[in-house]
Design a protein around this ligand. Structure first.
Ligand code: SF4
Length: 364
């Protein structure tokens, strides 16, 4: 608790803000917070208000619910309509609009859609209800993937054959590579995700400074963490250098978590998967290894409706940092947290939801 108080100390945060303002940069710099957790913290603590005008923060592809493409929601909806299937999921996903329906709507129509706080809880429920096929919706990045790998391994060891995983798990480095190859993305520095990096370590980001000459800093989630990270990025830019630095040293180690890496590798293999806003990114997904196919919900035969995007939704551009949420014509009008038209307005880590909840000045 003492640590948290120190990391939220207003004087210390303002002191770093002054240091940022004193960095000699005579141009506007665009820094991207890759992680949705960072986006939420930046808006929650109103950190943008403390920064000089020449520092612009843009959101990136790090909200797991937001980058989950419509076809995954559509497949989940189709499965939820099967009479013997229970859909088990984390809370946010059920409100994401698919091509024609959300899971919440299917539940209202009688589908068995249940929210669990962990995949282990869902596995326990499946073991207690052998008459149901329990499909856990696996979305998220490496941080979630290692816990799902552990649950999947338990299901295999327990021979819990009514538990299935529908994987839309993703890995961050290929997405960042795709991001910098997109013509409409202009980023001067990256605030790298703290939690993901606890698992994968810092070395896997070295290609970003070397190939794209973009400074990177792994950041924690408290106000002082984020301000120090922004300072480090500005200092790299002022000194015309680009490297990977680690601000979150109290949690993140260079090698990551080797045990978690081994576990993920044991249960999953790389796959080409679609990302909202990016299309299919080669090798950016984690599919269940063939030897565990009996636990793979992808293999349940089901008719899935053709995927379509919602007219007017600009989530894809928001996720590439190419558009500020308030520039979407639907923002705050037909699209609000109560009536989301796109995934970025659903999750607490979504950029549109963060602006809507914490920045009333920006959205009027
Ligand atoms: S305001 Fe709604 S529709 Fe527009 S980009 Fe955000 S989530 Fe998508």
């Amino acid at each position: 608790m003492k640590v948290l108080t120190a990391l939220r100390n207003a004087d210390a945060v303002r002191h770093v803000a002054r240091e940022i303002a004193e960095v000699k940069l005579d141009r506007t710099v665009r820094l991207m917070e890759v992680c949705g957790g960072h986006t939420a913290a930046i808006y929650r603590f109103a950190l943008r208000d403390l920064l000089p005008e020449w520092v612009e923060l843009v959101s990136g592809p790090g909200c797991p619910v937001c980058v989950t493409a419509n076809d995954f929601v559509d497949r989940s909806v189709a499965l939820a309509r099967q009479p013997n299937v229970t859909i088990a999921t984390f809370g946010d996903l059920i409100r994401v609009p698919g091509s024609s329906r959300s899971l919440a709507e299917v539940r209202a129509e009688g589908g068995d859609v249940r929210v669990f706080y962990s995949s282990a809880d869902a596995l326990d429920w499946a073991i207690q209800h052998p008459e149901r096929i329990v499909v856990f919706l696996g979305i998220g990045f490496e941080t979630t993937a290692c816990t799902l790998a552990a649950t999947l391994k338990s299901a295999v060891q327990d021979n819990a054959r009514n538990f299935r995983l529908l994987s839309s798990l993703k890995t961050m480095p290929p997405a960042l590579s795709a991001l910098f190859s997109a013509p409409d993305v202009k980023v001067d520095g990256l605030i790298l995700p703290g939690h993901v990096t606890t698992v994968i370590g810092t070395a896997c980001y070295e290609f970003i400074p070397s190939e794209f000459n973009i400074p990177c800093v792994v950041s924690g989630f408290e106000p002082l963490d984020l301000m120090e990270t922004i300072l480090k990025l500005c200092q790299q830019l002022a000194e015309a250098r680009a490297s990977v630095e680690n601000q979150y040293r109290r949690v993140v180690h260079a090698e990551g978590n080797p045990q978690a890496q081994v576990l993920m590798d044991e249960m999953f293999e790389p796959a080409d998967v679609p990302w909202r806003g990016f299309g299919v990114i080669p090798g950016s997904g984690l599919a269940i290894r063939r030897e565990f196919a009996d636990w793979d919900a992808e293999r349940i035969p089901v008719e899935v409706e053709p995927t379509r995007e919602h007219a007017g939704c600009r989530c894809g551009e928001v996720l590439r940092g190419a558009l500020h949420p308030t520039e979407c014509p639907l923002f705050g009008k037909s699209c609000t947290p109560d009536t989301p038209r796109g995934a970025c307005m659903v999750s607490a880590e979504g950029a549109c939801a963060a602006v809507y909840h914490f920045s009333p000045v920006e959205h009027g």
